[in-house]
Ligand binder design. Sequence first.
Ligand code: SAM
Length: 443
Amino acid sequence: MNDLELRLGPIAHGGHTVARHEGRVVFVRHGLPGELVRVRLTDTEPERRFWRGDVVEVLEGSPERREHVWAPADSLAAYAAGSVPVGGAEFGHINLAEQRRLKAAVVREQLSRLAHVTLDVEVEAVPFEATSDGAAHDDDGLHWRTRCSFAVDDEGRLAMHAHRSDAVVPIRDMPLAVQAIERLGLWDLDLSGVERVEVAAPASGETPLVVFTLAADLGSARLSALAEAVGDAASVSVVSARGGAPLTLHGRSAVSEQVGEYRYTVTGEGFWQIHRRAPEALMAAVLDAVGPELDEGAAAADLYAGAGLFTAPLAARVGTSGSVLSVEGSPGTSRDARRTFKRQRQVDVVQGRVERVLRQRAGQRLDAVVLDPPRAGAGREVVRQLVEAAPRAVAYVACDPASFARDLGWLLEAGWSLEWVRGLDLYPQTHHVETVALLKPGS
Ligand SMILES: C[S@@+](CC[C@H](N)C(=O)[O-])C[C@H]1O[C@@H](n2cnc3c(N)ncnc32)[C@H](O)[C@@H]1O
């Protein structure tokens, strides 16, 4: 089918604008509300109620449009060159203030539609710390990713996936990544035999960790060549094509992260917040929410705890006479938490699914809970268990406003109240948005 000329409607959850063609909805990426554009359809199955497409030409642009911050993700440039845009910066053509207004509109819309709550939520920028060279201080929405995941193309070049596609596009820069990742110059390496490359660069500036996941088993000479190619600039591990734990080729198997006075160990398998200022920003918001319930001796829970980002301040607040139940499903990440908290006897690190652990602990006192589920949200069963446990306050940290609004709707039905919700721009240049909310049970 030929391209379509479409007038773009409002922004929707998922990062696209909504347009219509002959009665059918078309979800269009890389545009802005109000624009008149030419759209290349990417998903047009005839029986589908809606189609998808990318903007390839702007006929009447929005005043909020600017030159894209990163060429491989620029839809206009990519299609003009006969390629496709990579995912990961689908808002890069929009000025930052407007990106945040659009994200706030999506949060408000989800809260209204799914939780029947009308609230004037804003999405705040996450302030960067001043650096001695001043380079990273500007709020330009760049150089924030301390975690990156790359593909490798058929010629062994570092690459990234196009959105909702198996297509991979080689890249030679990554301006969303912290400079420590850019400086590794992974795009100069021959990565033949590697399927995926994960990089973790601690915000402290300590040595990064590179994890190569192999496409097929490689001999020891090739593995040594890979480690040597990276050099001393990073620790290097490999994960065999058959899976299993990473094998350290060179340097350390983990990175250390420091957030305020707390120090954490995170291995190559472990979860950590991506934006370099996210840990501080989220910790502060969570403590604003549940801090007043965390007296010495209180019982707290950190659910979906990851490597224990929030477990540490909770443990400090409740002290040795209190308790913190820290629940994480991923074995590797939970192992990281166990390592970090092994000397803190008030912390109980449990590896398992939150729904199962809450069932086992039913009846146990809980004064305050931090809930930070993955994109799918906590779900009905966990919400039911929380209502039953009746803590005095819950800090709900959400990376998906739709699943958050759905869970919130159930809590409100159970008589809970939403005290406040804040939006944080932890993913500049993308449509993603983080929210933190304080929820309390009915009296
Ligand atoms: C958004 S992350 C938050 C981690 C941590 N709170 C942080 O900020 O670093 C969600 C975590 O939940 C874990 N997870 C996903 N589903 C789970 C489940 N059903 N039970 C327990 N943990 C789960 C994931 O492995 C991931 O570490």
